[in-house]
Design a protein around this ligand. Structure first.
Ligand code: CUA
Length: 162
């Protein structure tokens, strides 16, 4: 008798989930963001956003920023500073709207800004984008959360909100 109740509940929730997925995918047209635009992983510079001089932080208007990055084994390329040194830290004022744009040159990487809601999969051939408001002051560590090889643990950076 109880089995019947649980079976019914189980099937009902399965049907409900399928309906929700179907609704989201076909009616609302929800797709992973990274599938909007493709890019050649052998030649990411062909895309304006990933040209060396456009990497890193750019203020597009007051309080609105874009961060362009290229992930590869085993680093995040945030571009170079005025002295030609590799940038490892992004600094934005509290309350900034930041659009993170990232692609990969080789394998699948992750891009997570720990302690925030920024968490993306970075796939070669695709551009992953996420826009968010950096509400809290602090230092947030960027980590790769997809195992990408022997130097996986070496992939990190910092986003500082001041
Ligand atoms: Cu890149 Cu793990």
């Amino acid at each position: 008798k109880y089995e019947k109740i649980w079976l019914t509940l189980g099937s009902a929730s399965l049907v409900l989930f399928l309906l929700i997925i179907g609704f989201a995918a076909f009616w609302k047209g929800t797709h992973p963001q990274s599938h909007i635009e493709t890019i050649d992983p052998q030649n990411v510079e062909a895309h304006e956003a990933f040209q060396p001089e456009n990497l890193g932080l750019t203020e597009v208007e007051d309080g609105k920023f874009i961060v362009n990055m290229v992930a590869s084994a085993f680093m995040y390329d945030f571009g170079k500073d005025a002295d030609g040194k590799q940038v490892e830290r992004i600094r934005v004022p509290k309350g900034s709207t930041v659009l993170y744009q990232i692609t990969s040159k080789d394998v699948v990487h992750g891009f997570q800004v720990a302690g925030t809601n920024v968490n993306m999969m970075v796939e070669p051939g695709h551009i992953s984008r996420y826009e968010t408001v950096m509400k809290n002051v602090g230092e947030f560590t960027v980590v790769c959360n997809e195992y990408c090889g022997i130097g996986h643990h070496l992939m990190y950076g910092t986003v500082e909100v001041y």
